[in-house]
Design a protein around this ligand. Structure first.
Ligand SMILES: NC(=O)c1ccc[n+]([C@@H]2O[C@H](COP(=O)([O-])OP(=O)(O)OC[C@H]3O[C@@H](n4cnc5c(N)ncnc54)[C@H](O)[C@@H]3O)[C@@H](O)[C@H]2O)c1
Ligand SMILES: [Zn+2]
Length: 397
């Protein structure tokens, strides 16, 4: 720990750094052949075995058969691990973030098992389940170790390595939550096989987003591989998700602002409108789909007001559409309501409105004002090049 003292009279402003470690692992089949990757991440609790409680997204129950029962037994075979209780199932998707009583029941289950700060909550699921169980784990004893096994492309490429968790509260999304670094994250390839195409594509909206912020080269790769990603090519999808998660991780660990104290939140490129479109669509749009539309929109706006070329902006829209993501939505035309999303975006962080736009692929620019006339024109252009407000990428299946 490094400390710098600055003392004036009897006031003390002391800066301090707390070392944090992000442990990210990639596996092909973590519940079977690669199980050691998981067991190696679990440390004995002094002389006693480490207590582990397993939490699973119930959306996985049908497709994974008895995988979790086997996992439970296999972990218990380890001399340094004590799996407490049966596997706990949680409602998948946004449902688990909407009901605070679920968090209370998670805390109660931790308490009954006497989990402590050296115990592990192993959570397997989509981003919503990771958020809800992660929030409970971060607040119990002020933090029980959390191992995440993300099971959607979105959670593997983006939120899994994030240092945030939250549930919805006062009917506001992510209103109640904490910043907490997970103990470890395991991105497993096999677990994604059961994802329906529509959910599978969602993670690549964030992959396109982060490439536009951090790596022109990776953006080119995504453009070149868009059709293969649409067809779920194993190598290209793995490569795209791996790049995406590593770019997100680099931002969190090297970007200098992991806990978002600054006004700018570059990883939220394309998100001001995405966050508004999700409720406007009555949550029929998935987060990744809304991000796809938001990234397409802010790319067109960036080409009108900032340095991004029109050709590149149109390549962004084309790439997203080729992956099979939507780039338009009927509610996009409701400009006045959509623009309320800018103020809501500002309110979540406080301070001055700060939105990230793109000067070139890989070169973000933070801006404090939006030209509503140009944004309106960008919306019209997006609707037109997407083939109308109802155009939804290549297909939903
Ligand atoms: N904490 C963060 O930094 C952060 C960042 C981005 C998004 N999020 C949150 O993540 C959530 C969205 O997460 P998501 O996109 O991963 O989807 P999700 O968690 O909403 O899951 C979507 C659906 O897929 C099912 N599912 C999950 N894995 C599956 C699999 N392998 N096979 C079959 N079905 C499966 C789930 O049961 C659910 O019904 C939102 O609540 C969002 O706010 C959090
Ligand atoms: Zn997002």
């Amino acid at each position: 720990m490094t400390t710098q003292f600055s003392k004036v009279d009897d006031s003390y402003d002391i800066r301090f750094d707390v070392p944090q470690v992000q442990r990210l692992r990639f596996t092909k089949d973590v519940f079977s052949a690669d199980i050691e990757v998981l067991t190696a991440l679990i440390e004995r609790s002094g002389p006693a075995p480490a207590k582990v409680q397993i939490w699973v997204d119930n959306g996985l129950q049908a497709s994974q058969g008895d995988a979790f029962k086997k996992l439970h037994a296999r972990l218990n075979d380890e001399e340094h691990i004590d799996v407490v209780d049966d596997v706990q199932f949680v409602p998948g998707g946004e449902d688990c973030k909407r009901d605070p009583r679920l968090v209370e029941s998670m805390l109660s289950t931790f308490n009954k098992a006497n989990l402590d700060r050296r115990s592990y909550v192993l959570v397997i699921g989509g981003g919503a389940v990771l958020d809800a169980v992660g929030f409970a784990a971060a607040t119990a004893h002020r933090g029980i170790r959390l191992i995440r096994i993300p099971t959607t492309t979105l959670a593997q490429g983006d939120s899994g390595v994030g240092v945030k968790n939250a549930i919805n509260f006062f009917e506001k999304k992510n209103w109640l939550g904490t910043f907490a670094t997970p103990w470890a994250v395991i991105n497993d390839a096999k677990i994604l096989e059961t994802l329906p195409n529509r959910d599978f594509r969602c993670g690549f909206a964030e992959a396109v987003k982060v490439s536009l912020l951090k790596s022109a080269e990776q953006f080119e790769t995504l453009v070149a591989n868009a059709s293969l990603i649409f067809n779920r090519d194993a190598e290209k999808t793995h490569q795209a998700l791996k790049h995406s998660v590593l770019l997100h991780l680099e931002h969190i660990t090297r970007g200098g602002d992991p806990f978002e104290a600054e006004m700018a939140r570059p990883l939220d490129f394309g998100h001001w409108s995405a966050h508004k479109l999700e409720p406007l669509s009555n949550y029929t749009l998935r987060h990744g789909e809304a991000v796809s539309i938001g990234v397409a929109l802010d790319s067109l706006y960036s080409s009108r007001v900032y340095g991004l070329s029109k050709v590149d902006a149109h390549r962004v829209v084309g790439c997203l559409a080729q992956i099979g993501l939507p780039t338009s939505h009927p509610r996009l035309a409701d400009k006045k309501t959509l623009f309320d999303g800018l103020e809501e975006f500002r309110q979540h962080l406080g301070g001055e409105l700060t939105i990230t736009m793109i000067d070139q692929p890989g070169q973000p620019v933070n801006v404090n004002t939006i030209d509503y006339v140009e944004m309106g024109a960008a919306i019209d252009e997006l609707i037109e090049i997407s083939g109308g407000p109802n155009a939804i990428g290549r297909e939903f299946s």
